[in-house]
Design a protein around this ligand. Structure first.
Ligand code: ADP
Length: 196
């Protein structure tokens, strides 16, 4: 069956989606008609957000963009790509440190399915230092990650780490005292209704 060259599959953990990811997705839409954000169930890491939460957050961010679709996927990426009748895996590169891993994975994927190509977009300089990991670390300590993640993701991070919600332009009050190990308790976030 002819493959649809206009679909790019952007796989990742997206735990959570950052503005670096959003930038790659939007730029890819200059080259493709549709980007499928494929949220991995099998991550090899213990994610902060469940698969459903990661999909749900990304869906909310792209709710008004019909050319961006968010889906969970499980198992071999190349099988999933083929199942979507697509030909291109999209990945982002931030630094040399990303390169070795990406290089290995893309060659393995080519060995598994030579008809599927991996396309790398270089991260925009504004998001070069952003990773989901560093965003989570800062957010877990009450730091302000607004502008680094979509507003909805910011609200989800605040809630997950048990911090009060803050408005987009509201200043974030410093923590009254240094958080003790184990606090704030992410499992009991203030008894407020959770946005995510
Ligand atoms: P994975 O766990 O598969 O690496 P991630 O969710 O961390 O998934 O990242 C998905 C893709 O987005 C990867 O190609 C990664 O290099 C890329 N990426 C992550 N952060 C950024 C960023 N700040 N700018 C551009 N690309 C990024």
């Amino acid at each position: 069956m002819a493959q649809d060259k206009r679909i790019a599959i952007y796989p990742g953990t997206f735990d959570p989606l950052t503005n670096g990811h959003v930038n790659i997705i939007r730029r890819a839409l200059r080259l493709f008609d549709k980007v499928i954000v494929a949220v991995a169930a099998d991550t090899g890491k213990t994610p902060l957000f469940s698969l459903n939460e990661r999909v749900d957050m990304a869906e909310k961010v792209f709710a008004r963009e019909s050319d961006i679709v968010v889906e969970p996927f499980q198992g071999l990426l190349v099988d999933y790509v083929a199942s979507r009748n697509a030909q291109t895996v999209l990945r982002g590169l931030r630094a040399v440190s990303d390169f070795e891993y990406e290089f290995q994975i893309s060659l393995m994927n080519r060995k598994l399915r030579p008809d599927i190509e991996t396309l790398f977009l270089i991260a925009d300089y504004r998001w070069l230092y952003i990773s989901s990991t560093i965003v989570k670390t800062v957010a877990s300590l009450g730091g302000d990650v607004r502008g680094l993640v979509p507003d909805h993701v910011f609200a989800c991070l605040r809630a997950r780490f048990g911090f009060d919600p803050v408005g987009v332009d509201e200043p974030i009050a410093p923590l009254p005292s240094p958080a003790l190990p184990g606090q704030p308790d992410a499992s009991a976030p203030n008894g407020r209704e959770q946005p995510c």
